[in-house]
Every structure is written in C-alpha cells, then in structure tokens.
Design a protein around this ligand. Sequence first.
Ligand code: DC
Length: 228
Amino acid sequence: MKPYTIAIDGPAGAGKSTVARLLATRLGYQYVDSGAMYRAVALKVRGSGTDPEDSDAVSALARTVRITFAPGDSDYTEQRVFLDNVDVSGEIRTPEIASLASVVSAIPGVRTALVTNQQSLGTQGGVVMEGRDIGTVVFPHAELKVFLTASADERASRRHKDILARGGDTTVEAVRADQDERDARDCGRAVSPLTVAQDAVEIISDGKDPEVIVNEIVHLLDAERSGT
Ligand code: DC
C-alpha cells in the first residue's frame, strides 16, 4: 500500500499532538511535530541572546540549527526533541518559549528554513506531520488534510491542565489571554498564516476522546484509498 502523507493543522490546544502521535503509531508512520521545530529555534534565539526582532540574525540561526527527534516513552508521551544534539524536550514546552516561537515563526526566513527541513522529512511519504501550514504550504499535495480545532475555552482549559501537570503555576484566565494573543499572531501574520486548506476535513475536538478522532481519520483514509 502506498504510504500517505497526512497533514494535521489547527490552533494551539486543539489536541493535534496526541491525535497525530496516536495516528502515526496506528499506521506505522513517522510522526513530526513541526511546532517543536519553531520552539527549538525560539530556544536557540533566547539562549544565544539574539534579538527576536532581528529577522536576519534569527533566520541565519534557523538555517544552521540541527533539530532532530526521537520517539517518546509511550504513545501518550511527546517525542524527544534535540537541538544541536542536546535534549531540549522539556525546555521548549514553557509558556515563554511558546510565545517566542509564535514571534519567530512569523519571520519569512525562519519559515523557509524550517519548511525545507520539514519537506525533506516527508519525501518518502508515510508521515503524519502536525502544525499550522502543513496542508497549505509544506505538503499541499498531502493525500489527507485534517484541520483539528476546538472552542477557545476548551483549548485554554486543556492547556491549563497541561501546564499544571508539568509543574507550572498559572490560572486558566492567564492561559486564555496568552492563547488569544498567540492565535491572533498565528492567524494574522503575513506569511503562511493559520488557515483551513480548502481540501481539508475539519474536525472539532470538543468533548471527544483522541482515540475517537483517530478512528474518524482512519475511516477518512480508508475512504480516500477506496476512492469513495
Ligand atoms: O504547535 P505549537 O504550539 O508547538 O507551535 C508553536 C508555535 O510555532 C505556534 O505559535 C505557531 C508556530 N508554528 C507555525 O507557525 N507553523 C507550524 N507549522 C507549526 C508551529
């Protein structure tokens, strides 16, 4: 069976990572979290003292960093992310790095560097990649495109639980304010803003178990393969 390329896009907190990871395991495909790559660049920007507003310097940095992945401990744990061979899996998940990732991801030179990188990971197919522009820019010819979203309240509540589970201390109101800011930036930037690809299937994840969503996607794939 021809290995497919599957694009899963959507806003923060929609459940993309869990669904994409479970789906990749179910299909025996490679899973790629493209957001982790923008987060890794943000971490490098902060660590190197580069001015995030200096587009040329940040783009140069994005062209030279080495970002690699290794599987997590289980289907329910994130994959490990390495920046220049150092495990930064925990460090890239802080709210501060999330905000900085949103800022650096609006820089055209950063996007060009990372999109090239992402495309090279998917040349053979057999990949589930999640992000904001996978179906629109990275793999416009993906066999299946899913736009996974959820209400803003549900997304903020999930993120809040996630931050507490990681030992963070914040309120759901603060998470919501941060999320609104990030959504506005991700949807409003000039280059590759978050939009629904015209041939994407939209799935709303409110109140749905990730396994249920994975089953829905597998049905969509079966339908695609059988041409129905
Ligand atoms: O999915 P995430 O929250 O880990 O993504 C972090 C930031 O990276 C997010 O604010 C937007 C950006 N991003 C992007 O612009 N394009 C992608 N394909 C993935 C993430």
